[in-house]
Design a protein around this ligand. Structure first.
Ligand code: SF4
Length: 397
């Protein structure tokens, strides 16, 4: 698709974004110590579920993301101390260099939303309840732990439990109640947000549905409407009648993340998803049933892109997209505390090729922008950026 008539400057910005997401940024951990705008005008990282850095930085707060020069694309800050891309503070501004070459002359960080300083009626910071994903979307991790840890069955790429150990106390992050979520959603929707995702680790004994229904009821009551533009991100259940309950409760879309397509690797990388959720075939059956209940392009499944061979990943994406699932490759970033820490993700070109190919699949199979946006926890991934660029849809961040 690169030869399609698109704005080449924007295309190159997305390529640079892809590089910076894969390679990360290296910098001194204390580089933001005197950055007064951080946590005031500039959004800080909130480590409510998965920290995205390669090393812990409990004593240092970092910005959440960079906005590319033309103001279109969001790039999550990923601290990778050996990255060839160096973030520096020189002459009163942040810049990025690779060797002696200046890659970005003046780095802009994302603007902090108004609600980040607000609290719910019980004093909980709203930014710990829902995090800004950009483009009018909030991400709500109801829990910051996964019960699979107790069985030693966490997914090997995942650092939810390590993130909790490192940052929960510092940032006052805990499980959220339905009331805290509803109040935060109401506040955000007043400011123009219009999509949310509820997610979290596995709850002991798989009681997700009760929790999600309570949350949905609180949200619909707070918004004064029977449905809302929201995604319930759930594990594959053993009882498929729960899908109707999610829909009746008010969720517009649902997500069940397979993470890995190859059958052998699925069992190896996601041992808990295999043992607790009826095995890989049950995940596929669950997605089929979700399609029956929620409808075509109202079901999403995310894959951790970069662990299994590319051919296998592409096969899974194509299979599901042709069925009507929004299958989404999410670049594997090797994060602190996961079982795979110390590995590395494939080269930027590897990921770029996957992203270009999946966007072609979406467009060939009639996925609309609204469907791609509203089924995902963020609309700021590289596939989202490419889709907007090719479809001529505005992407100002
Ligand atoms: S199910 Fe896997 S990916 Fe999800 S929170 Fe638990 S360990 Fe992480």
């Amino acid at each position: 698709m690169a030869n399609e008539e698109v704005d080449q400057e924007l295309y190159k910005e997305i390529q640079l974004k892809n590089e910076l997401l894969v390679e990360g940024l290296s910098f001194d951990a204390n580089i933001f110590e005197n950055y007064e705008a951080l946590g005031k005008e500039v959004t800080e990282q909130v480590n409510a579920m998965f920290n995205t850095d390669q090393k812990e930085h409990v004593n240092y707060v970092f910005p959440d993301c960079i906005i590319t020069p033309k103001g279109h694309y969001r790039v999550s800050l990923r601290w990778i101390p050996k990255s060839p891309y160096k973030l520096k503070f020189e002459d009163g501004r942040y810049l990025i260099k690779k060797g002696h070459e200046i890659i970005l002359d003046t780095v802009e960080f994302s603007k902090r939303p108004n609600y980040y300083d607000k609290k719910t009626s019980d004093g909980t910071l709203m930014r710990t309840v829902g995090q800004d994903s950009g483009y009018g979307i909030i991400f709500i991790p109801y829990s910051n732990e996964c019960a699979l840890k107790d069985k030693g069955q966490d997914c090997l790429f995942c650092n939810i439990n390590a993130t909790k150990s490192l940052y929960a106390e510092r940032e006052c992050i805990a499980w959220k109640t339905a009331g805290q979520i509803a109040e935060t959603v109401k506040e955000c929707y007043k400011d123009g947000y219009d999509h949310l995702t509820i997610s979290g680790g596995f709850i002991p004994e798989r009681r997700e549905v009760d929790y999600y229904v309570d949350v949905a009821e609180a949200i619909t009551e707070a918004l004064g409407q029977p449905h809302f533009n929201g995604t319930a991100c759930v594990g594959a259940p053993l009882d498929f009648t729960v899908f109707e309950k999610y829909k009746e409760a008010g969720f517009s879309t649902i997500a069940t993340n397979m993470e890995i397509w190859d059958a052998g690797m699925f069992d190896l990388i996601c041992p808990g998803k295999k043992d607790v959720c009826g095995g890989r075939q049950n995940w596929l059956n669950a997605l089929e049933e979700e399609l029956n209940v929620f409808g075509k392009h109202k079901v999403r499944s995310t894959f951790v892109s970069g662990i299994e061979p590319k051919e296998s990943l592409l096969e899974g994406l194509q299979y599901l997209i042709e069925k009507g699932v929004i299958a989404m490759p999410s670049q594997w970033y090797v994060n602190v505390g996961s079982a795979l820490a110390g590995s590395r993700t494939p080269e930027p070109e590897w990921h770029w090729d996957v992203f270009e190919k999946v966007v072609t699949m979406y467009r060939k199979n009639g996925v609309t922008w609204e469907e791609l946006r509203n089924s995902n926890a963020a609309a700021s991934t590289v596939p989202h950026d490419l889709f907007r660029l090719y479809e001529g849809i505005s992407s100002a961040a």
